[in-house]
Design a binder for this molecule. Structure first.
Ligand code: GLC
Length: 476
């Protein structure tokens, strides 16, 4: 049998250790799915954040420490590891950088923190005793890996894949810190420079062997000014390296028949038990228990590109009728305020839970009837898939992975409602179609069950990843 190909994933967040969103879900489930194919030795490296619970820390082994040189700094770096479901996870330890008080990101020195992280990953390869064939770097926080491999290290055999989970976050910094913070030589300037700034994502796009993103539609969108966030010319120029692979989800983790976090377990066969979850959710959200009023939920970061504006606009109209709306998420203050004010205005119909809470999100997936996801842009989106698993019908805008994962109910095998135009009217049109169908209990149940039975596992795309990894090596 051929030796297993060695792949090192680098991601700034990985579930179940620490996460804020979709990247954590993917980095926490794709490696295990790849490992299960038997073709790959997959390992994952991530920072040892203060948030990581002692439950996991107790399972870790200390592998050693080294001093990482970053420009004029010499920085302590410890390395820990643990094994889970066939995958080795490595944790880069430096308390100054990663033991912070309010979340994973958003600090003044994020650039320096992730420069340290990327440098540390490469410096720790000997401690890992693992020489990867491929380093698969995710999002801007890991963007320096392919760049450092091009300018700072002599590992010609290592191939690199860079995955864009979201082009909205590129890692932009002032050019003056190229040497001092990022420890890059002047000859790297033209590669990482874009629009007068350092742009780490741009550098990674130029330096990596393959650029992947998380749906086929998003690949095409990224090439346009509307979606490319300024990087479309770079993406276009590198289009021969570009591939779109739709994400899967952890279908064992998101299974209503096994989920201890929901009020009452259920399955497609025992669909009627979903009603218990609805009742308990209505109580939890402080809404009247109304079994026949459709509950529409939003589980999202409250950021502009998630379409929160459309939700707020459409809610004003929807709330005139017989619906309940539950929001779970936090983000931009203006949206948080707008949603809270809607709750004040319609206290018996609207509940705004302004928090990021994974446990609560399970209860909302299980208890709601409909999930609203009217994103302006959505590289893949995972909530629409999780919602389907819990028999909650998604209403999505036809963009990115939403378009690639949800078929409209107008088709015989539809599993949701899809609208094209990014407008409150577009969202309302789809919402009214859903509310109409909801009145027909039989038809609605059939739709929910189709959604529950759709295959969202990684099995669908693990083969495409395998082929991509094979091709990278074959092309050199
Ligand atoms: C980002 C994207 C989301 C995608 C996720 C995982 O969070 O915004 O669309 O599903 O990454 O790839």
């Amino acid at each position: 049998m051929a030796a297993k190909k060695k792949i090192l994933f680098s991601a700034a967040e990985v579930l179940p250790f620490a996460a804020t969103g979709g990247l954590g879900e993917v980095a926490g489930s794709l490696p295990e799915a790849l490992s299960a194919t038997g073709k790959f030795d997959v390992r994952v490296v991530t920072p040892l954040y203060g948030e990581i619970e002692s439950y996991w820390r107790e399972k870790m082994t200390f592998l050693g420490s080294t001093a990482v040189e970053l420009a004029w700094r010499r920085i302590y770096c410890g390395l820990f590891s643990l094994e889970k479901n066939g995958v080795t996870y490595y944790f880069i330890d430096n308390e100054y950088y990663f033991k912070r008080s309010s979340g994973l990101y958003g600090y003044f020195d994020d650039g320096e923190r992730y420069a340290f992280f990327c440098k540390a990953v490469l410096e720790c390869l000997p401690l890992m005793d693992f020489m990867p064939d491929i380093i698969h770097a995710h999002d801007w926080q890991s963007a320096l890996l392919p760049i450092y491999l091009s300018y700072r290290y002599d590992y010609p055999q290592i191939r690199t894949v860079f995955t864009i989970h979201n082009v909205e976050y590129q890692g932009k910094y002032d050019l003056s810190i190229l040497g001092d913070v990022f420890a890059l030589p002047p000859e790297a300037a033209s590669v990482v420079e874009y629009d007068g700034c350092i742009n780490l994502m741009k550098g990674a796009l130029e330096c990596s062997d393959v650029i992947s993103t998380v749906s086929a539609t998003y690949v095409q969108e990224l090439r346009t000014p509307e979606y490319g966030q300024g990087l479309h010319p770079i993406i276009e120029r590198n289009s021969r390296k570009l591939i779109g692979i739709l994400n899967g989800i952890d279908v064992v983790g998101y299974d209503p028949s096994q989920d201890d976090l929901i009020f009452e377990k259920f399955s497609a066969k025992e669909f009627d038990k979903k009603a218990i979850n609805k009742k308990e959710l209505q109580k939890l959200a402080g809404l009247p228990v109304e079994p026949n009023v459709p509950v529409m939920a939003v589980i999202s970061r409250l950021a502009g590109h998630k379409g929160v504006e459309l939700i707020c606009q459409a809610a004003e109209e929807l709330l005139q009728g017989d619906v309940q709306i539950i929001i779970l998420g936090k983000g931009e203050v203006r949206y948080e305020d707008w949603l809270r004010s809607l709750q004040e205005k319609y206290p018996t119909k609207m509940s705004a839970m302004i928090t990021y809470n994974k446990d609560l999100s399970r209860k909302v997936y299980a208890g709601a009837d409909i999930l609203l996801m009217p994103s302006k842009s959505e590289p893949c989106g995972l909530s629409q898939m999780s919602a389907c698993r819990y028999g909650t019908v998604p209403i999505v805008r036809a963009t990115g992975g939403l378009k690639d994962s949800i078929r409209d109910n107008a088709q015989p095998d539809g599993i949701g409602f899809v609208f094209e135009e990014y407008s409150a009217g577009g969202l309302l049109g789809a919402a009214y179609r859903a509310i109409d169908l909801y009145k027909d209990k039989q038809a609605w149940k059939a739709l929910c069950i189709r959604a529950m039975e759709e295959d969202f596992s990684w099995d669908r795309s693990a083969g495409v990843y395998a082929e991509m990894y094979e091709n990278i090596s074959a092309s050199y």
